[in-house]
Design a protein around this ligand. Structure first.
Ligand SMILES: [Zn+2]
Length: 273
């Protein structure tokens, strides 16, 4: 039986007998006598080791070297429906626990440095549990993401969206809310319980309040949940007419705007389209 260390030594190009000794195979590492001449016993050991090594090497398959990663596939133009289908498929994979956890290869990173062509814009909540790249099983360069607590869109956010559509050619905008959204919950407290928020927090919640009031008119069993869904639908509706470029592309069939809600418990995104 040839020890693993001998095999390893052979594969690494290191003197096998010395490694065998290190593992305790009983051979002296110093094959030279004090006078610098090889003893016949040592030479026999060496010859025996060499035969064993040759036999072992014959049985060892050559190491399989991974081929270099293929460069990222050229990005094709996709239609709004194809982009939506990709997101749905990606989320289905994520929600059944099969998400691709592969980090981008450095070849892909380098390739992306030449330019980006994201296939969707996602407006999401800043909530740490709702990262769009993860819940849609996407990677670098695929999604153009804007995230603010409550998934709201200010002027700067709108500018980012228009840029992604006009200059990067994104064919789909998804406004993504999520269950148990704390920002919407705070808006419900402000609208219904007259809770007071200070400064920037108040400004963050303010754009969500109309959705809370609209949802409240339907007397839902769960106002926060109803407001979450109403909020993203309202934002999607407003986006369609918020900018001439977006409206034009929608008219031409080159852009879709849809709302959706991510379920924190199941990992499933429910699309409104
Ligand atoms: Zn949230």
């Amino acid at each position: 039986m040839v020890s693993r260390r001998i095999l390893l030594g052979a594969l690494m190009g290191v003197a096998a007998p010395a490694l065998a000794f290190a593992e305790g195979d009983g051979h002296a590492p110093n094959l030279l006598t004090k006078k610098g001449r090889r003893t016949s016993s040592a030479l026999r050991h060496q010859a025996g080791d060499k035969a064993a090594l040759d036999k072992a090497l014959a049985a060892v398959k050559p190491m399989e070297v991974e081929p270099p990663p293929a460069p990222a596939a050229p990005v094709q133009d996709v239609s709004p429906d194809e982009a939506l289908g990709r997101l749905k498929q990606g989320n289905a994979i994520f929600a059944r626990g099969g998400a691709n956890l592969m980090l981008p290869t450095m070849a892909r990173v380098a390739d992306l440095s030449k330019g980006q062509k994201p296939f969707a814009v996602v407006i999401g909540c800043a909530d740490s549990r709702t990262a769009p790249e993860l819940v849609f099983d996407c990677n670098l360069g695929e999604l153009f993401v804007i995230r603010v607590a409550g998934s709201t869109v200010g002027r700067e956010g709108l500018g980012s969206i228009v840029y992604a559509v006009e200059h990067l050619g994104a064919p789909l905008i998804v406004v993504l809310g999520h269950t148990k959204c704390g920002a919407v919950g705070a808006a419900v407290d402000v609208a219904k319980k007259h809770a007071e928020l200070h400064g920037a927090l108040h400004e963050m919640v303010l754009p969500i309040i109309p959705a809370v009031l609209e949802a409240d008119e339907t007397h839902p069993a769960d106002l926060q949940d109803a407001a979450i869904r109403r909020n993203v639908r309202d934002i999607a509706g407003r986006l369609k007419v918020a900018d001439g470029v977006l409206a034009e592309r929608i008219e031409e069939g080159r852009l879709k705007v849809v709302s959706a809600c991510y379920d924190l418990t199941t990992g499933v995104v429910a699309f409104d389209a």
